[in-house]
Design a protein around this ligand. Structure first.
Ligand code: SF4
Length: 375
């Protein structure tokens, strides 16, 4: 798709030595990894943001979406201890929790009564919850709150179910979950794909290839998921670009990702507490470079839980076209020390989008618009 780059950006690109990159963008050509690195390293963040925003508007117009959703963390009991994670507990440890299906259905009912169209459900790798718990969880929610969409489980949870709990092939676990009504996998657990970085931040977790394989298999069933990246810890810009590149390759193959959601590492209560949190500028650049590099992704989400609302609002003019959701009860980032609220009102989300000069439209789990749009 060709892009309508303004003349002033072309002029400016010459001064910045990026004319060839801008020409590629204007002609709808794919950017290389070295193009992405040059954009990341460009000192003029507004220039990179303007380019990304132009691409975003060509794809999605002046609309920015949001979703009414609620996070349901069914359990934080986990057999792993990823260095970046403040959410997990061992079984019986102070602060460990596991909810019954009845409690989770009640939460879902309450959320839907307040307008939610999605529940987002992830947890730790529980050593004892039986396979039937996961299937019943999805089935019960779908049967009793049929209008809600369920986005649940990271790739590592799926592998845990397949290898340790159900002891059956991953594809069969995915088919089982699809048959009881799972709408979307979550994108969590991708972190940074590079194996050296994974050893430093989440030793023992699945490899990049294993994460990719779970999503590939899910997409092969005609199902959707999102993709994420956890940045701002021990990785370099090249590691981020390698991560984006692997996602872009899989999207070429399956077209199963609805959106890309980058978020910054929250160091406070983790084993990596000495690391300084990524700056707002880093967040905005990551949004912008992602928008420019991931040419086969329709949507880029500004995850306000990670960035805060002020930076998320700016991100809506740096290539993002989605503000994620009301969320309501986020635990994972907050147990790691996030200072953002655990949820937002619809009014606040709409206002933030309007302040960014865009038109707020409610979406569903697959990023389909739910409100009529006159554009
Ligand atoms: S990130 Fe997930 S897999 Fe890793 S320790 Fe935390 S809950 Fe467990």
């Amino acid at each position: 798709m060709q892009c309508s780059i303004k003349g002033s950006l072309f002029d400016h690109s010459m001064r910045l030595g990026l004319a060839d990159v801008v020409e590629k963008i204007a002609e709808g050509q794919r950017l290389s990894s070295s193009d992405a690195l040059r954009l990341y390293e460009c000192p003029d963040i507004n220039f990179v943001g303007s380019l990304a925003e132009q691409v975003s508007r060509d794809k999605n117009g002046a609309v920015a979406t949001y979703i009414l959703n609620r996070y349901l963390n069914y359990s934080n009991v986990c057999i792993l201890s990823c260095q970046f994670c403040a959410f997990y507990r061992r079984e019986g440890q102070d602060g460990a929790f596991s909810y019954s299906i009845e409690e989770l259905v009640r939460e879902t009912t309450d959320a839907v009564e307040k307008g939610a169209t999605e529940v987002h459900c992830v947890g730790g790798l529980h050593p004892k919850l039986p396979y039937s718990y996961y299937l019943d969880l999805v089935r019960e929610i779908k049967e009793r709150v049929s209008q809600v969409m369920i986005k649940a489980f990271t790739a590592v949870e799926i592998r845990h179910l397949a290898k340790r709990i159900a002891k059956k092939p991953i594809i069969e676990v995915l088919e089982d979950l699809a048959s009881v009504g799972l709408d979307s996998l979550t994108g969590g657990g991708a972190e940074i794909f590079d194996p050296v970085i994974r050893r430093k931040i989440c030793a023992g977790k699945e490899t990049a290839d294993e994460w990719i394989e779970v999503h590939r298999l899910w997409h092969s069933l005609g199902k959707k998921s999102t993709a994420t990246m956890l940045f701002g810890h021990v990785e370099s810009l090249n590691h981020r670009i390698d991560h984006l590149s692997r996602l872009r390759d899989l999207q070429d193959e399956t077209k199963g990702f609805c959106a890309f959601i980058p978020f910054a590492f929250e160091p406070e209560n983790t084993k990596l507490g000495n690391i300084k949190k990524a700056t707002g500028i880093d967040f905005l650049k990551t949004i912008a470079v992602s928008r420019l590099f991931l040419d086969n992704f329709d949507h880029i989400t500004a995850y306000w839980i990670s960035s805060g609302m002020a930076i998320a609002e700016l991100a809506l003019n740096f290539g993002a076209d989605d503000l994620h959701g009301t969320i309501e009860k986020e635990k994972i980032f907050h147990m790691a020390g996030a200072k953002t609220p655990a949820g937002q009102t619809v009014t606040r989300l709409q206002k933030t989008i309007e302040n960014a000069g865009k038109i707020p439209i409610r979406r569903d789990t697959y990023y389909r618009k739910l409100d009529y749009c006159f554009l």
